[in-house]
Write a protein that binds this ligand. Sequence first.
Ligand SMILES: Cc1cc2nc3c(=O)[nH]c(=O)nc-3n(C[C@H](O)[C@H](O)[C@H](O)COP(=O)(O)OP(=O)(O)OC[C@H]3O[C@@H](n4cnc5c(N)ncnc54)[C@H](O)[C@@H]3O)c2cc1C
Length: 310
Amino acid sequence: MTFLRAPFLWASNNPFLAHRLPRYGFVRRAVRRFMPGERAEDALAEARRLRERGAGAILTMLGENATSAAGARGVVDHCRGVLEQSRMNGLEIEISVKPTHIGLDLGLGIAEENLRALIAEAAADGTKVWLDMESSGFVDRTLELYRAARAETPQVGLCLQAYLYRTADDLEALLPSRPSVRLVKGAYMESAEIAYASRKDVDDAFRRIGARLMTALGQGEVGRPAFGTHDPAMIRHVAEVGERAGVSRERWEAAMLYGIATREQDRLLREGYSLRVLVSYGTHWFPWYMRRLAERPANIGFVLRQLLPG
Ligand SMILES: Cc1cc2nc3c(=O)[nH]c(=O)nc-3n(C[C@H](O)[C@H](O)[C@H](O)COP(=O)(O)OP(=O)(O)OC[C@H]3O[C@@H](n4cnc5c(N)ncnc54)[C@H](O)[C@@H]3O)c2cc1C
């Protein structure tokens, strides 16, 4: 069903569908599989449940492309409130933000200032702010944003996408700053000129870059890395490289999305791996949800089942 990936990724950028589809009850019911609810309280309650299971949580308020400085600042104020709630409840969550949600589209200076405010709030709890990586047009500016923040503090992490040809070089260029990196396969529609297209090539790139991250960790060259994947073969590979490099399991973490591969999540926890689950919430879920369907078009069966009478 890989032929369905492109239409879902196209839909993720379609304003008409983004406006219409979330109004249908069956679509709203289907999205609940990937998010515990639209409110921050729902995500914080899930963070508490994850803690009881022995896993950490990364919270992310869905949204992208803030269109005004005030809108971007509103996102920051909201996230600071969530971090404060987390601190008051001893949840130790991390947060992850899309650079364009905190104003990258409006100017690097705005995004830098907003990121600084978020990091200050997270640092009070000793936790980290992660920068998601969006589509390829934002990579250079996101790296710039990350570098500026990393020059001031280690409480910031960056997502890198294995499917981009450039990523191995980007990682090498970042290594002198001892970065904290979350490696993922990559979720956007990119052309074959800049990104691997076949599953095998993307997996091979993930293995190569993941191995590089692990050996760098063994040599003390990176902060605690995260491997954001539900693919057991990828986790197995980096775990093996880590073992050979003398890296113990608590020095890196696997990161997965809420509602996906829960059996694999339980297995990792049982076997003593560190796991963080990324919990999304908010009303702006349509583009993000289309990317989840693109990753596994078989999920459409679940959407269609919501049409049947309960
Ligand atoms: C913590 C985290 C943070 C992320 N941050 C970013 C980011 O900032 N930028 C970015 O571009 N991408 C991000 N992603 C998404 C990532 O790029 C992939 O698109 C996504 O993780 C699917 O790839 P996979 O590694 O799980 O492997 P795949 O090969 O796609 O999947 C492996 C197996 O996992 C299961 N699976 C995977 N996806 C789904 C799904 N949607 N529904 C049901 N089962 C599924 C299936 O069983 C599948 O066979 C993030 C992912 C995670 C887990």
